[in-house]
Ligand binder design. Structure first.
Ligand code: SF4
Length: 370
């Protein structure tokens, strides 16, 4: 079991929402720039001591304390998160390209996903791309200075034909481009995890998306525990685990903290952080997007909870953060997915690379574990 709920009742911000209400900003929140009290500053300095002096992970209660700070604390949280990232991971930023090699038509019912065949969305099912199309995308990714290329498939898990294609493509992409090759192909059996590891898959992506307690509200065709089991198989077979989160589906602050503790337990190498970009036709189509200030707070909290992971900006950052995307880079993010995401258009690679130049952040390959 990797479910490690916090042991004591959690206290969260009273302004705008509570631990029992969805984590979305109210329509006219008060200005966040306000001085902190001594007690609030003490919560931040306690986290600083733990992460920078004692070099230990924060527990659920400590994370809940940080999550309960008022909006005026967000820049202080971001500043500490940036310092923690530099101390634990260094200054490099990892660039990854992803390719949806088999889009749409997925039998699962993840309520946020436009690739599910259960919802009437504009995304139509397409077959597995040709080898040459995959190689062309990988070459483009390598030309951007990336170190990682992820082949993503919209499936519950790979069937034997899909396994054969992956085992043929992974070494080809690696030898042609020099990129580390990652794969995202859903739930794995122990045998499939072993074969993919032996076939050269460097990192395997399998997101738990949200807290175990909230998961049944957004997915009914499989369980959080099934996802966690695949995460364990990935690590047991020597692949790096990439295990991401999706913020903004209606989960509470307490559930976000629960997720952070559960991620600590799964010990991923990489955590892609996604913000819900509500897709037409999905059950979450009408959910409001997470506010920019709120997004910065949670980026910082992810870094403070997971100090040594590769924390990657993934989907939804354009609609959520808009002009604050650079602030996220100084609030704990140290990796980017560039170019087009799976079903939505990301901002251009040139804009992202210019942002890194402006921030004077070097590009490099990262591998770290908690
Ligand atoms: S399993 Fe993946 S592709 Fe399928 S509906 Fe869920 S998130 Fe979408």
């Amino acid at each position: 079991m990797c479910d490690v709920p916090t042991a004591t009742p959690l206290t969260f911000r009273s302004s705008g929402r509570s631990s029992a209400s969805p984590s979305t900003e109210s329509t006219s929140p008060p200005p966040p720039q306000a001085p902190l009290t001594q007690a609030e500053r003490a919560v931040i300095s306690g986290a600083e001591r733990a992460l920078l002096d004692e070099r230990r992970l924060l527990n659920g209660d400590e994370l809940a304390g940080l999550a309960g700070l008022p909006d005026g604390a967000v820049m202080a949280l971001a500043s500490l998160a940036h310092q923690v990232r530099l101390e634990w991971c260094g200054p490099e930023v990892e660039i990854e390209g992803i390719l949806s090699a088999k889009t749409g038509g997925c039998p699962e019912d993840c309520h946020f996903c436009s690739q599910s065949s259960r919802f009437d969305t504009p995304v139509k099912a397409t077959p597995f791309l040709d080898t040459e199309e995959v190689l062309a995308a990988a070459r483009e990714t390598a030309a951007l200075g990336a170190s990682e290329f992820c082949i993503v498939l919209a499936v519950r898990g790979p069937d034997e034909r899909t396994m054969q294609r992956l085992l043929e493509l992974v070494p080809l992409v690696g030898s042609e481009t020099g990129l580390h090759v990652a794969v995202s192909a859903g739930v794995l059996t122990a045998d499939q995890a072993k074969r993919l590891a032996e076939g050269g898959v460097h990192r395997y992506n399998h997101n738990v998306e949200t807290a175990r307690s909230f998961f049944p509200s957004v997915v009914t065709t499989h369980t959080w525990d099934e996802r966690a089991e695949t995460c364990r198989l990935v690590k047991d077979n020597g692949m790096e685990l990439c295990c991401g989160a999706l913020i903004g589906m209606g989960e509470t602050d307490a559930q976000r903290v629960e997720l952070l503790v559960q991620l600590q337990d799964l010990e991923p190498t990489e955590v892609p952080i996604n913000f819900l970009n509500p897709r037409p036709g999905t059950p979450l189509a009408d959910r409001p997007v997470v506010g920019a200030w709120e997004a910065v707070r949670w980026i910082a909290l992810f870094r403070l909870a997971l100090p040594s992971v590769i924390l990657r900006y993934a989907g939804g950052r354009e609609v959520t953060l808009r002009d604050l995307q650079a602030i996220g880079m100084t609030a704990g993010i140290n990796a980017l997915i560039v170019g087009n995401y799976l079903t939505t258009l990301g901002r251009s690679s040139e804009e992202d690379l210019q942002m890194l130049t402006d921030l004077r952040m070097p590009i490099g390959a990262l591998t770290a574990v908690i």
